[in-house]
Design a binder for this molecule. Structure first.
Ligand SMILES: [Zn+2]
Length: 451
């Protein structure tokens, strides 16, 4: 069906940052067929949506998440990353497919209501005999209607091998590689309009073996899928890596074949100037997670330096157990404030924050040709934000309303031309039902956890 957005402001995030105070966007057959200044001509047929009082942008792209953690919010609230992990691992090892499904529906619904049309997920815990955990997240994404890039995560290094997670939370290396190959063969869709693509994502240098890292990179390249992991999140990680391997986490991963244009990392907080150079030279991308990093006191990613070096940078919510908000639009404001707090008033422009959350995320996920901007030929992933309410009305700059103002309500959200939100409400799932299902599962998982 042809849909015509007309009458409101448009920020395209194309190569020239083209914006229209009054503009139009026309979508048809799942793709964008026209974008321009002024109202859409009357001759353009289709369902017309009046966007006066709104800002139209590309749908946001979330480049790092752990959806299952929606069931584990509000725990270990004043801890470092390692303390927080050690508190939560036992509860995580009790998860099953019902928890993952309820948490994923709720978490993806929250993402949709904050303007996200494409999300990745990094699921790295697969306790034996608990059902199809990877499939549960995929089923949830199909229900909510978001474009989904789940990664088959993994851990094979428990405490008895010098790792951080308990032994019952990890899998055998060969089992991981077999299950990862199976997930790719079953679910990965390489077509340009894909709603579902699978990546490979061993969890972090301190929870996986060197062999799993090297073999995962080889496996991903054999299948032509993307590679993802946590990198240089905390100074604890850096200290451990220096002690064990005599090099920084970035150097360690480079030695295992992990830098390249098919890789995106989460966090990259603790980087030397040389590390930044290597990330940029190899085209390795990074997902900046400013709220999670601040919540855990992990430090601040040198985003200005990464961008200046030419590294693709996206924005990530990260797991809601370390970012209880779980929404994506709030990360734009957090990214700007964090960057300026660290590097001064010129460290990030507000339009750069919008670019990180759209084209930056698309580059992390290898989808820059398909999504991330409002341009003719791209997939019809569109967010329409209300900026005529008390919190935003009459603001001079609509992009400032989105990035610096209170998080605006999403009036309409399209994924591939299909409505996920209409008139401010989810059309695909019931928010009330999702909350109730999640509450049941979260209460079960929290039993016995020392808050
Ligand atoms: Zn993470």
């Amino acid at each position: 069906m042809r849909i015509v957005f007309t009458g409101g402001a448009v920020a395209t995030v194309d190569g020239h940052d083209t914006e229209h105070d009054t503009g139009h966007v026309v979508v048809d057959g799942g793709r964008i067929v026209a974008v321009g200044a002024g109202d859409a001509p009357d001759s353009v047929a289709g369902k017309r949506i009046d966007t006066r009082g709104c800002l139209v942008t590309p749908g946001l792209v979330n480049a790092h998440h752990h959806l299952y953690q929606w069931a584990y919010r509000g725990l270990a609230t004043d801890s470092t990353l390692f303390e927080w992990l050690v508190t939560l691992y036992p509860a995580w090892t009790r998860m099953d497919a019902d928890v993952v499904h309820a948490a994923s529906v709720a978490g993806l619904a929250r993402l949709a209501l904050t303007g996200c049309t494409t999300s990745t997920d990094h699921h790295y815990l697969f306790p034996a005999g608990r059902g199809d955990l990877f499939g549960a997240g995929i089923a949830a994404a199909a229900q909510v209607g978001l474009r989904f890039h789940p990664t088959r995560g993994s851990m094979d290094r428990g405490t008895s091998d010098g790792g951080l997670p308990p032994d019952e939370a990890v899998e055998r290396t060969d089992d991981i590689l077999a299950a990862t190959a199976e997930a790719i063969e079953r679910y990965h869709d390489p077509r340009p309009d894909a709603m579902l693509r699978v990546g490979v994502a061993p969890c972090s240098p301190f929870s996986v073996s060197s062999r799993l890292l090297a073999d995962s990179a080889e496996l991903a390249r054999r299948y032509g899928v993307r590679l993802h992991t946590h990198l240089a999140e905390t100074s604890d990680e850096e200290r451990q890596c220096l002690a064990e391997h005599g090099c920084t986490p970035t150097e360690y991963l480079e030695g295992l074949g992990w830098l390249g244009g098919d890789v995106w990392f989460a966090h990259t907080v603790h980087l030397s100037a040389e590390n930044i150079k290597r990330l940029a030279a190899t085209g390795s991308a990074t997902a900046h997670c400013p709220s999670s990093n601040a919540r855990l006191g992990a430090g601040t990613s040198p985003v200005r330096e990464l961008l200046d070096a030419g590294t693709p940078v996206g924005l990530g919510v990260d797991g809601p157990a370390s970012n209880e908000d779980g929404g994506l639009v709030t990360e734009l404001r957090q990214a700007v404030l964090t960057a300026r707090g660290r590097g001064g008033p010129t460290a990030m422009r507000i339009r750069e924050a919008l670019r990180l959350a759209t084209m930056g995320g698309a580059r992390c996920l290898g989808r820059a040709d398909d999504i991330g901007s409002l341009e003719v030929g791209k997939l019809a992933d569109v967010a329409v934000w209300r900026i005529d309410d008390l919190a935003h009305a009459d603001i001079a700059d609509p992009v400032a309303a989105l990035v610096l103002g209170a998080a605006p309500a999403v009036d309409t959200l399209l994924v591939g031309g299909d409505p996920v939100i209409e008139h401010g409400s989810l059309r695909t799932v019931s928010a009330a039902d999702a909350s109730r299902a999640l509450a049941r599962q979260a209460a079960r998982m929290r039993e016995g956890v020392d808050r």
